[in-house]
Design a protein around this ligand. Structure first.
Ligand SMILES: Cc1cc2nc3c(=O)[nH]c(=O)nc-3n(C[C@H](O)[C@H](O)[C@H](O)COP(=O)(O)OP(=O)(O)OC[C@H]3O[C@@H](n4cnc5c(N)ncnc54)[C@H](O)[C@@H]3O)c2cc1C
Ligand code: FES
Ligand code: FES
Length: 487
């Protein structure tokens, strides 16, 4: 085991030991390194003022991601390269081309949020990704400008289209690649501070052994939920096991009849693959958090957290997904819908973790649609998430799978509605007769996101919408081409 973590900070090797396991990257940068360019706006992943670029080696080249430093723990950075706003200018003090683009367009007003915007565009620039106006909206969905300077900020991103990597950036990437190869380690990281433990294994077998031996530990994948337990709830986590370094859990298997996602796969990596087979799911996932959250958060973390308002569980349930759980070297697979037992209670034994999620591709002719209803279009948690996968044969409902988030204490199928549809003609009269069955399936609560009455009405209307969308052309029923994965 190794008792320190080594990563790159603005191109230099940095070794840290003796650190509290849940010290956030933002606090460490500002308080220990006095790098105060990254700002704290919200401390919960919403505003993007703390955005930094984190590079990882991926098949010999470095892939950069914009990440919220306020909800990343420093201990999660073993083997990564972190760039902050302070590291952007070149050796002679010239601004980086991305900074220059902001200056040219007057893309900054208060300046507090500016480092975060710049770092989002910087990470994209290093990956040689280019953005038109619409794509820039998605790129910046996780960066809030409170003084509404978005127009000029988006223009800065548009102006970077077609701008290649200059010599400074080429050297930066080359240097990162060389140093990341040099510091690469296959050892488990083990940090201890005041009796609190942090483990970061590098392979799945070590993870399984560690968790079986420390069943009370908290698993951390991307920390987009767990980070907030620390920053907002001030929870102390006596023992953390991080799975973000486990390379053999980062697989995506695209087979003839199924897709399989390992527990380390982020939303950013899962989204285009799911979108290829289920475009509407890609469209919905594009609204899961924002780029920074999707870059860190995992698909499996969205399931394992057991939240009743996670976006992907109801979607995966209607697609008939299964999950594989692992304890030591024992594995079992269950239907995803059976994983959620009650609020805060899942079918998962102590020391057992979710290893993967499997999505069948043979959907027997069913049409899948996924609707996220939230107060804001981007970067907001669902009030209601309605997912439908219904097969019609000879004008009659042959199969129906419907599941909702936000309507019960867990993601839950609408079995009474399904029964009311099965075998009946796919007509408005059938829908009219079926909608009341939602009241047998769900007794939603009122909370800050929506009232119970609103939730019930929305769920009924989503079934009507699904009927209209699957009986008419998409142009008549929804704006097409609004997002990255148009129908
Ligand atoms: C600003 C912001 C916006 C967000 N927006 C959305 C949204 O729109 N929709 C949405 O659904 N969610 C949203 N989230 C929540 C969060 O991003 C997701 O739930 C994410 O998928 C969690 O994944 P993670 O890897 O970060 O999990 P972590 O925070 O690392 O872990 C979450 C929980 O799952 C457990 N866990 C993780 N992996 C495993 C595993 N393999 N086995 C067993 N247990 C495990 C952890 O112990 C913890 O209890 C948002 C979060 C933030 C901060
Ligand atoms: S401080 Fe707001 S996202 Fe980190
Ligand atoms: S420039 Fe900072 S809030 Fe708008």
């Amino acid at each position: 085991m190794q008792s320190e973590i080594t990563f790159l900070l603005n191109g230099e090797i940095c070794t840290v030991s003796n650190i509290d396991p849940t010290t956030t990257l933002l606090n460490w940068l500002r308080n220990e390194k006095l790098l105060t360019g990254s700002k704290e706006g919200c401390g919960e992943g919403d505003c993007g003022a703390c955005t930094v670029a984190v590079g990882s080696l991926d098949q010999g080249r470095v892939n950069y991601k914009a990440v919220n430093a306020c909800i990343q723990f420093v201990a999660m950075l073993e083997g990564k390269s972190v760039w902050t706003i302070e590291g952007l200018k070149d050796a002679s003090g010239h601004l980086h081309p991305v900074q220059d683009a902001f200056v040219q367009t007057h893309g900054t007003q208060c300046g507090f949020c500016t480092p975060g915007f710049v770092m989002s565009l910087f990470a994209a620039h290093l990956n040689e990704e280019h953005y038109n106006k619409q794509e820039a909206d998605t790129l910046f969905a996780g960066n809030l400008c409170r003084c509404t300077g978005y127009g000029t900020i988006v223009t800065a991103a548009e102006n970077m289209q077609g701008v290649g990597l200059d010599q400074t950036d080429q050297t930066r990437i080359q240097n990162d690649t060389t140093l990341l190869e040099k510091i690469k380690s296959a050892k488990t990281v083990c940090l201890e501070s005041d009796g609190r433990m942090f483990y970061s294994p590098a392979n799945a077998d070590d993870l399984a052994d560690l968790y079986a031996a420390n069943p009370e530990a908290t698993i951390v994948a991307g920390a987009t939920d767990v980070g907030l337990w620390v920053t907002k709830q001030h929870r102390e986590l006596p023992c953390v096991i991080h799975l973000g370094r486990v390379e053999d859990l980062k697989y995506i298997k695209e087979e003839d009849d199924k897709l399989v996602f390992g527990a380390g796969v982020t939303h950013t990596d899962a989204m285009p693959v799911l979108a290829k087979y289920f475009p509407d799911l890609g469209e919905m996932m594009r609204r899961l958090g924002a780029v920074q959250v999707r870059n860190s958060g995992t698909l499996v973390g969205n399931i394992a957290n057991g939240s009743p308002i996670g976006d992907t569980p109801p979607a995966l349930i209607v697609l008939g997904a299964t999950i594989t759980l692992r304890h030591g070297d024992k594995r079992r697979s269950i239907a995803l819908e059976d994983f959620f037992i009650a609020y805060g209670k899942q079918d998962r034994a102590k020391g057992e973790f979710v290893e993967s999620v499997e999505v069948p591709l043979d959907q027997a002719g069913a049409q899948a649609r996924f609707y996220k209803i939230s107060k804001r279009f981007d970067q907001d948690i669902s009030a209601v998430c309605g997912c439908f996968n219904i097969a019609i044969e000879d004008g009659q409902v042959k199969e129906a799978r419907i599941a909702f988030g936000g309507m019960a204490a867990t993601p839950l199928r609408a079995k009474a509605v399904e029964a009311a549809l099965l075998g009946n003609p796919w007509t408005e009269a059938t829908i009219d007769a079926a909608v009341d069955a939602f009241e047998q399936d769900y007794a939603p609560i009122s909370d800050m996101r929506a009232t119970a009455t609103y939730r019930m009405l929305v769920s009924k209307n989503l079934l009507r919408r699904y009927f209209l969308e699957t009986s008419h052309s998409p142009e008549q029923t929804r704006m097409v081409g609004a997002g990255a994965f148009s129908l």
